[in-house]
Ligand binder design. Sequence first.
Ligand code: GTP
Ligand code: MG
Length: 728
Amino acid sequence: MAVGLAQDKGVSAISKGAVALVGNPNTGKTTLFNALTGMSQRVGNFPGVTVERKSGYMQLAEESNTELVDLPGAYSLSAQSPDEMIAVDVLLGLLSDDVPIQGVIAVLDASNLKRNMYLVSQILELNLPLVVALNMSDVAQSSGISIDASALSQRLGVPVVPIQANRRIGLDGLKGALLDVLAQGKFEANLSLLPEAWRSQLRTAVDRLTGVSPGILIRALADSSGILLEKLVAHFGPDLGTSVKQLQADLGAGVSVADQEVELRYAWVDRVLEGALRDPEPMRVTQSDKIDRVVTHRFWGTLIFAGIMGIVFQSIFSWASPLMDLIDGRFGALGTWVATQMPEGALQSLVVDGIIAGVGGVVIFLPQICILFLFVSILEDCGYMARAAFLMDRLLTRCGLSGKSFIPMLSSFACAVPGVMATRTIEDRKDRIATMLVAPLMSCSARLPVYTIFIAAFIPDETWAGFGLQGITLFAMYGIGIVIAVPIAWIVKKTLLKGESTPFILELPSYKIPDVRTIFMRVYQSAGHFLERAGTLILAATIVMWALAYFPRPEALLDQQEQARMALQSQGATQEALDVLDGKLAGDLIAQSYLGTMGKAIEPVVRPLGWDWRIGMATLASFPAREVIVAVLGTIYSLGEVDAESASLRVALQQAMWTDGSRVFNIPVALSVMVFFALCAQCVSTLAVIQRETQSWRWPIVTFVYMTGLAYMCSFFTYQVGMLLGWG
Ligand SMILES: Nc1nc2c(ncn2[C@@H]2O[C@H](COP(=O)(O)OP(=O)(O)OP(=O)(O)O)[C@@H](O)[C@H]2O)c(=O)[nH]1
Ligand SMILES: [Mg+2]
């Protein structure tokens, strides 16, 4: 992959290929990527945040943009998990439709240099121009670690630049060094750590093959699973396969490159760092170790975790309500104003009852979404969430999952789509699929509006043992998914996906003061994502549901109403009496609408859950995306009411009646709706991403069927028990 820039150190030639950011997980690659490209990819203080290849452009020299590729973290080029495989594919040039890699920035955690150097030893064998960035130099410094960058650079034969990516310190030096190595063109693979016999054999073999570096051959030789070798042969041709066989024979029977490689590399790392790295007390007990003893303690740690989550859910209610009331009021006023500006008719109804009442009803939850993500990103960035993962490891392994399942499950509290993608860090395919099956049980942010609307309307605002009852209910809704995931995972691992769970060593990241920019970006992006859904998927669903609830409008009914109205007026009836009449018409119209007819048909199915046809239809409409229920209920009640000002959905729900005049909703009904939404697979995007990640329709179907069945059962149980307990 020579770029041949030696003749002209020119700018134009430099933009021929991409530069890849490679390094162990959680070393700050994405932070550096964002700093160099001005983009805002997701950053977090735990390993396995990036699971996809992402690219952007950085300005290396004047008037030239160079593509920069951010990769998932990898401990070694002997990929163990699908996310590590991505880094390997890119570095070895196996993605044929991809821009070739012309250089590499190895991002190392300076406070953990020894472990990070292993990967460097492998990259050095790849014939790729390389710059080593010593990131987290602030962390290293505060732990008293000192690194002689120039000595290291001399030993490695590549530039070594100390940086601090989160403060953008040292980036100019890094870019300069990168420009230099790119301009030097072809980089000679450094094979110094291999035994002389191997080296000469490798060189001879490489000479016979085109486009293959010694590093690629070593990767092929060290590949014990055979998967990488297969890919390499497909890419570089069958000659590579023959060479590998030949080499294996030449190196002698019983020599396992995979096994020996590890020892050789560790010995090399020790040699290279000798005298260049000064770590005064490598074994010291740090402040962070002391904190960890408490927060990862089986009992105290769990208590702290529950306490923190309790506070988070409580704050979601108490902090958000003033803002939500404000937005709610604004939308109410907007609806009333628009109604006075537009002639009465279908169009006015579409805008006021459909779009404003529906989409507006969802948008008011924005403050809660922001508060949720504010907490989540602070907890993640300071390093606490990785400790929570550690705490869960025991539980997860006991139910047959990998401890690595925690991070995907944690991500699923924001949204199951990145959660399912985060399972790429799990090596074992069965563990990976089992995690995907339970990840959507975690309450994502789309469920938050559903929970809070029903909680605000039906759970009394009282305190219980110092905690608000509403906060406790929300806590319980988040809890139910976790509690149910445990037996489900256990059953899945005992039946569909039998297999041993692999032990897992989570590397606990160091505690940090959370980065304001990272937190701001996370909250901002989540808010944007929420609003985008409201403006697209939910808007579309609302319009369809509005039309179904508005049409047909039988002439006979409207005429009857007109006559009744005139009769009342001629008798000098009060405005109140006229409103009652209008309300009745609105109710009759919606009952006769397409939606009403369908609703009546499905009512027997949802009746055992305590629901009326309106909740049934709104739930059915929410299968593509769960927030739709809030929008659809907003539309249904808005169409079924006369007075646009009482459009607050909360009040409408509280006042909803059965035909016999009794209230539709009580606490058991509200709980049964919430439980249904906590457990049901109402999200097309999640099912699609499971299909994509597993390359099979089987798993999205299994997910859908089991979650929907489970939701129905648990919802039924909740309603019936609630009624028995006399909460109705
Ligand atoms: N103190 C300090 N923190 C940093 C520095 N660079 C990055 N961080 C933080 O380190 C954490 C990890 O950063 P990321 O950029 O997500 O790391 P990554 O290498 O992309 O991680 P993966 O995608 O999981 O492999 C984040 O909390 C960053 O804010 C640095 O130079 N100093
Ligand atoms: Mg990353």
